[in-house]
Structures are given as C-alpha cells and as structure tokens.
Write a protein that binds this ligand. Structure first.
Ligand code: P6P
Length: 342
C-alpha cells in the first residue's frame, strides 16, 4: 500500500531539471554546474566526515592569500571543487578564497558562459574540534569578450548572480541553493549518496530570536554598533532580548538563523575596518539566499548585493538575516551615523 505521505522523494538532480524547465531558453549549462557542485559537495563531505580518522586534520605549512594558515581540508576541498568544475565546458574561470588570483580553465578544456566563485571550506579553523563548516558558492554570467574568463567576469555586484548557495557539513550534510526561484534545501542521505529535497522554498522568520555576533570585539566597535547591540540584547529600547548564539563558523550561524530566525552581524571594527567577511564568495551568495527566503543583507548602510566590487578578496561588514532585525540595524546605524555627522 502506498501511503499518501505529504513528502515525495525528489533528488537534487531531479529538482534542478524541473527548475530548468521553468526557463524555456535554458541551455542546461547552469544545471550542469549545479550537478557538478552537488558532486563536489558529496566528495568534500566524505573528507570532512573522515577528518578525525584519516590524516586530513591539522594545518599545512602554507598560508592562503588571506594570510591564514591553510588547514589540510581547505586545500583538499579547494582541489575537489576545481577538479570537479574545470572540465565541464560551462565555466570561463573560477575564483577561490584559497587562491590569490583568477583560476583559469585549462587550455585543453572548453569554456562556457558562467564564472564560479567559492569559499571551499569556510570556518575551517573549527575542523579539528568538530564544529560544523561549510562551502559557499556564487555563479555569475560571463560578461567579458572572448572565450576565456577575465577578472571583470568575477568583479560583478551580487545582483548579477544567477545562482548561489552553500553546503553545511553539520549533524547532517545539507546543500541550500537558489537560482532566483526561492531558496531550497537538500539533505544528503549517505546510505544512497543522494541529496534529497528536505526544505522546499525556505522562508526565514521576519523577526528572529537569535543574535550571532562576536562580542569580544565590543571595545573596538564604534558607538552606533554598540547602541545596536544594546537594542538586540534588550538593554535599550522595547525589544525582547535575543538569545546569543555564535558558533564562529559563518555557514553554521547563517543556516541556523535562516531556518529559525535571527541576525548574524560582523561589524567593522578598528582591527578590521572593512569588516572580516569576503564580499564576493561569502556575503553575496548568502545575501542572495536570504533575500530569496524573505530576509535582508546589508553592509550597515547599503544592500550587500548592490556593492560594486573592485578587488577579488575584498571584505565587507555584514548584517544578515531576519528582515525586521536587519531593518533595525539599518535604522540604528543610519541614525547614529547622522548624529555623529551633525
Ligand atoms: P571571529 C571563520 O574564520 C570566519 O571566516 C567565519 O566562518 C566566521 O563567522 C568568522 O570568521 C568568525 O570570526 O573573528 O569571530 O573569530
């Protein structure tokens, strides 16, 4: 007897095909990139799951372009993504948090109409202590002449994204992505090696209960930021205090807030005056996801996806999550800034 269960088994591949059918002129190139990203996610998941057993824990003796010591899994994840995506003939170039410059498509491979930017393993400093980590990706259309990709293909504002998403390697492995038709979550069933649709059309609560911020920087925030955090914590104004939840792994904090409601803040401070998080392959893709889910993402004064980039690894302050909570940030930071300017 077939139960009339409300859920049906939909693999990510089937979902991608069904989404493609919404676009009569689709060529299948974007679908192919998304398939390859799902494959890379499964390969990275298997490495992350084995981290405690196989010799992939710990640090290499290399530093990445950010000056951060590269964890072994960072390097492995970066290589998995490049090798999974470089030969499909759908990309003109790539960019990674782990590589200083544009990653060209090898001359012996065809190129295609998209560029891919990614953080292969965000939060990797948490790997050795088994805290969830994640992969974040952003896909834009090639805009440069000729067949090979150029930096101008990568330096596009977030509004130019045609797709974006992340994978969280947590208590389960989930891939969440959008192509502009809502944000959808897929959970990996390791027994069959398939991502199955588990969170169709994610909607983030308008007002969240969680505040994710590293309060150890309070002494080096400016006054507007301090005032905002007092309001979030119910120390000023009429709001209920928010519960503080800060994992120190962007994808983990973002994902919890996306599903349960909340705001993640990484303000500028005197140590990181431009913020810490990267615009192109962290803030922009998560901003696309959260806006598709009904939330918002700002620098403090500007919509994240409107920022025009001028450097591949540029950083940005980030306030992202539930609409009402980001609205408050925008109001308090603007009012305080206006007061300071007066
Ligand atoms: P802090 C991890 O290094 C990361 O890039 C994000 O995943 C995380 O949200 C943030 O930095 C944590 O930074 O300064 O609070 O340790």
């Amino acid at each position: 007897m077939v139960t009339n269960s409300a859920t049906s088994v939909v693999t990510i591949e089937r979902f991608i095909i069904e989404q493609e059918r919404l676009h009569p002129h689709a060529t299948g190139d974007l679908s192919s990139v998304l398939y390859d990203l799902a494959l890379a996610a499964k390969m990275i998941a298997s490495k992350v799951r084995m981290a405690g057993i196989a010799d992939v824990l710990g640090e290499t003796d290399h530093e990445n372009v950010q000056g951060e010591v590269q964890q072994k899994l960072d390097v492995i994840s970066n290589e998995i993504l490049v090798k999974a995506l470089d030969h499909g003939g759908r990309l003109c170039c790539m960019a990674s948090e782990e590589e200083p410059d544009l990653i060209p498509i090898p001359d012996n491979f065809n190129t295609g109409p998209y560029a891919l930017l990614f953080d292969p393993l965000d939060g990797s400093s948490n790997i050795d202590v088994n805290v969830p980590v994640g992969t974040i990706f952003s896909i834009v259309r090639k805009v440069s002449p000729g067949s090979r990709g150029e930096m101008m293909d990568l330096l596009q504002p977030g509004l130019a994204q045609v797709a974006a998403g992340y994978v969280i390697y947590g208590s389960s492995t989930m891939m969440v992505y959008t192509t502009g038709q809502g944000a959808h979550g897929f959970t990996l069933d390791p027994s069959i090696g398939e991502f199955l649709l588990s969170h169709p059309n994610i909607r983030t609560p308008a007002h969240g209960k969680f505040l994710s911020v590293n309060h150890s920087y309070e002494a080096i925030w400016n006054e507007p930021v301090k005032a905002l955090m007092r309001q979030y914590r119910g120390l000023e104004g009429k709001r209920e205090p928010m519960n503080i939840r800060y994992v120190g792994s962007l994808v983990a904090d973002f994902h919890r807030n996306l599903l349960a409601g909340g705001v993640f803040c990484y303000p500028a401070n005197t140590r990181t005056p431009r913020g810490k998080l990267r615009l192109l392959y962290e803030a922009n893709p998560l901003a696309f996801i959260v806006e598709q889910a009904g939330g918002r993402a700002i620098t403090g004064s500007q919509r994240i996806m409107e920022v025009v980039p001028n450097d591949l690894h540029q950083r940005t302050p980030l306030y992202i999550g539930s609409r009402d909570d980001v609205d408050l940030a925008e109001r308090v930071l603007a009012k305080q800034a206006a007061g300071a300017a007066a």
